[in-house]
Design a protein around this ligand. Structure first.
Ligand code: GDP
Length: 440
């Protein structure tokens, strides 16, 4: 998502950075580029117009033009305005004290509603809530079955009721939640390919019947200019408290995602970035703006790592420092990178990473993990614990056993060697620190 927009904005800002002093003409030129880039990304034209006008006005001041670092100021202003456009600050999901809380999802068919319902349930479950999913999309063939499958996958019950009357199903789900001590009900409603009156009327009726604490609209990030019609109709009829922007991992231009906040005035609360149940992120305007401007999302990486770092991993890190880094540790590390979404995902979050990724044709070759894993699994326990003993003969055997070549085993050994050296350095640093404390 946003790849070409990101490239163009980064290019424009880089060109300014190369200039030192800036004239009004330079700013005007940059603003024209930004305007074109946003329009080509299919951002709503009125949103573009307002955005560029505001940004230009802030940049064309004596304070910016005559400062010692004008280009940096301009970059900062563009970042600020982009963050503002995306909603300024994170908007958390607000749950009330009512039991059960009811969250209702609305949106067009295919927008990603059903999967978003499951993802949200999974996220809330991880936060200690006990959700129940209500399958009120009775028109799309297999929607209820899809929800049931997803529910089984994440260990969240799904209430299907009679499978024909959406309002009754929603009400039944709320009763079921009370009976089975669930504290959040997530209602998946029906969508049509286009907005139609019957669908809207039904959504309004479900809303009246179960009085949701939060109505969230799921918007497909691939929606371009059309987004204005879709969201304004929903805003008028069902109203909603926030947006889940889905398919942000896709390669669409992203205009809808960039316009939705400005068009509706409603915050984007979550971003869906994949088909799996864990692919739902709390939306952060600042982090998204930084990613679009090629400044990377280092915080995102740290959070992902923190999410996964449990006590067991901390203990493993300590052991590695004490006893050295084994091939088994290396295998674990590779598996963690995979769990975080693979090298491509991590790279795409680093500053300049989007661009670097394009050099790999949009994705890195993750098959290296398979090869490395096969090699490590072909080693004996002694070899894994003390890779230093792996000589030429052992290398040939490991290559044969894993369907790789001795050269592949060499590469792996080199990688392990580097890691082991790094742990060695950290160990001596830790020892030095401990020693200097003792001497005090
Ligand atoms: P609904 O008709 O609104 O309930 O839409 P679904 O939840 O069935 O989603 C429609 C299709 O989009 C499915 O194939 C989903 O797997 C896919 N999908 C939904 N959200 C995402 C996402 O964030 N990323 C990607 N890549 N696919 C998604």
């Amino acid at each position: 998502m946003f790849n070409s927009l990101s490239d163009r904005l980064t290019e424009t800002l880089d060109a300014l950075r190369g200039k030192g002093k800036l004239t009004e003409a330079d700013i005007a030129h940059a603003m024209r580029d930004i305007r074109m880039a946003l329009l080509e990304a299919d951002v709503n034209f009125k949103v573009v117009k307002d955005f560029v006008a505001k940004t230009r006005e802030r940049c064309m001041t004596a304070e910016v033009l005559e400062s010692l670092t004008p280009a940096q100021n301009v970059v900062k202003i563009v970042l600020d305005e982009l963050t503002e456009l995306l909603g300024a600050t994170e908007s958390k999901l607000v749950l009330s004290n009512r039991i059960p809380n009811v969250i209702m999802l609305v949106g067009l068919q295919g927008s990603g509603k059903t999967t978003a319902a499951a993802k949200l349930a999974y996220l809330l479950k991880k936060q200690g809530k006990s959700p129940l999913l209500a399958a009120c999309d009775v028109y799309r063939p297999a929607a209820a079955d899809q929800l049931a499958t997803l529910g089984a996958e994440i260990g969240v019950p799904v209430f299907k009721g009679d499978g024909t009357h959406p309002v009754a199903i929603a009400q039944g789900a709320v009763r079921e939640a009370v009976d089975t001590m669930k504290n959040v009900v997530i209602v998946d409603t029906a969508g049509r390919l286009q907005i139609d009156e019957a669908m809207m009327a039904e959504a309004v009726e479900i809303k009246r019947a179960v009085k949701p604490d939060q109505v969230l609209m799921v918007v497909d990030a691939m929606t371009g200019q059309d987004i204005v019609n879709v969201v304004t109709t929903f805003a008028e009829r069902t109203d909603f408290d926030g947006v889940i922007i889905s398919k942000l991992d896709g390669d669409a231009r992203g205009g809808g995602a960039l316009s939705v906040r400005a068009v509706t005035g409603k915050p984007i609360k979550f971003a869906s970035v994949g088909e799996k149940p864990d692919a739902l992120e709390v939306f952060s305007p600042e982090r998204m703006a930084k990613r679009i401007l090629g400044m990377g999302d280092v915080i995102g990486i740290i959070e992902k790592a923190q999410e996964m770092a449990d006590a067991e991993q901390m203990a493993a890190a300590e052991r590695m420092l004490r006893e050295g880094f084994t091939m088994t540790d290396m295998l674990e590390q590779m598996r963690s990178v995979r769990k975080m979404g693979g090298m491509s995902k991590i790279l795409s979050m680093l500053p300049g990473g989007q661009k670097a990724l394009q050099q790999f044709g949009g994705a890195m070759d993750e098959s290296i993990f398979d090869r490395n894993e096969a090699m490590i699994l072909s080693m004996t326990k002694a070899e894994r614990d003390r890779p230093g003993i792996i000589n030429g003969q052992r290398r040939a055997r490991i290559a044969r056993g894993s369907g790789t070549t001795p050269a592949d085993v060499n590469t792996l050994m080199k990688q392990w060697g580097e890691m082991n050296k790094m742990f060695g350095r950290m160990r001596s640093m830790a020892n030095d620190m401990a020693g200097s404390k003792k001497n005090k």
